[in-house]
Design a protein around this ligand. Sequence first.
Ligand SMILES: Nc1ncnc2c1ncn2[C@@H]1O[C@H](COP(=O)(O)OP(=O)(O)OP(=O)(O)O)[C@@H](O)[C@H]1O
Length: 346
Amino acid sequence: MSLRIDARKNLGDFLLDLKIESSSKRIGIIGSSGSGKSMMLRMLSGLSTPDEGVIMVNDTCLYDSARSINLPARDRKTGFLFQNYALFPNMTLEENIIFSLDKKSLQIPEKISSLIDMLGLDKLRNRYPSQLSGGQRQRAALARALAIDPDILMLDEPFSALDNHLRRQTIDRFVDYLEDYQGIILFVTHNMEEAYRLCDEVVVISKGRVDSIGKREEMFSNPPTRTAAKLAGYRNITPTANLQGGKSRLLNYGIDVERDAAFKPYAILPGRGLSLCSEQEPGTFKAFISDIKESPFSVVVSLEFENGLVPLEWDIKRSLWDGFEKKDLMETLHIGIDTSEIIYLD
Ligand SMILES: Nc1ncnc2c1ncn2[C@@H]1O[C@H](COP(=O)(O)OP(=O)(O)OP(=O)(O)O)[C@@H](O)[C@H]1O
C-alpha cells in the first residue's frame, strides 16, 4: 500500500500545498475547520484538479502535471462515503449500490450479493432510501463505496451526525466490516478518539499544509507540534523559558520544573502528571481552584497558581474526584507535578 500526494492548488485566498507519503493502510486526516481536508479528498477522487503536482496510489498515477496525466474521476478507483451518504432517492438500495459499476461485468451479481450479505442488507435490496433507517442508509452508502473495489476508500466525517453511543457502535461495526478490505482508508475526522480507533497513521493538516504525520501512538502520546497536541486533546500547552541548572519555567503557570531533556520552547503539562499533596513538600506548588466543570466520567478543575497567567486545566477521573474531601479543596492546595509526564516541543 502506498499513497503519495505532492500537490498544490490556489483557491484565491487559500493555498493548498500538500506533501504526504504513507505506506499505511488506515490513515486518519485531522485538522481544524477549513484546513483543507475535504479539498484533499476531492483532488484524490478527481472531483477537483490541482494546479500542479503528483498524486500516486500504489503504482497508479492519478495525476501528474509534468506528464499531463489527469485520470477522470470515473477511472480512479476511489470510494467516497460522505457525511449525508448521498444516496439517490429514486433508486432502490441495490440500484444505488450497482450504480457506479460497469454493468457488463459478469462478476457483478456475486460481488454485490456478498457485499449486501456482509453488511446485513439482504432483505432491504428493493427498498428506497426513504424506507431505510439511518444506520441502514449508512451501510448502503458503504456498500456503494466498496462496490467498485476501490484502491482508496475515503470517509469524510461519516459519523459526525450520530450521537455518542451510536457513533461508538457504528465505528465498532465499521472496524469489523473493513477488516477484509485490502485498500487504503483515508478517514477525515475532527474526533481524535475515532482517528485512534480506526487508523494506524495520522496526518495533521493546518492552513492547507501538512503540519505533522506519524504513527497514531506517537501522535497522541508525544505530539510533535502544538497543532497536533491541541487536536490530540491536550489542554495545557505553555511557552517555556530556559533557566539555569537544567530547569524550565512553564510561563503560563509560573512554575519552574526540573528537566531531563534538552530545552524546548513549549511544553505540555498533561493532567495525569498532577497530584494533590497533603502539605507543601519540595517540588509542590500552591494553587487554588477557580472553576469546576463536571461531566459523568471526569471533572475538569481550573487551577490558579501563585505566579500563573492562565489557569491550568486538571482533568480528573470521576472516581478520583469523588474520593476527595470537598471542603479541603476550598483551601490553598499543594499540587505535585510528575515532571516525567511533561512533554516538551518546538
Ligand atoms: N471551490 C472553492 N473555491 C474557493 N475556495 C474554496 C473552495 N472550496 C473550498 N475552499 C476553501 O478551501 C479551504 C479548505 O476547505 P475544505 O473544505 O477542504 O476544509 P476542511 O478542512 O474540509 O473543513 P471542514 O472541517 O470545515 O469540513 C477553505 O478555506 C475553503 O473556504
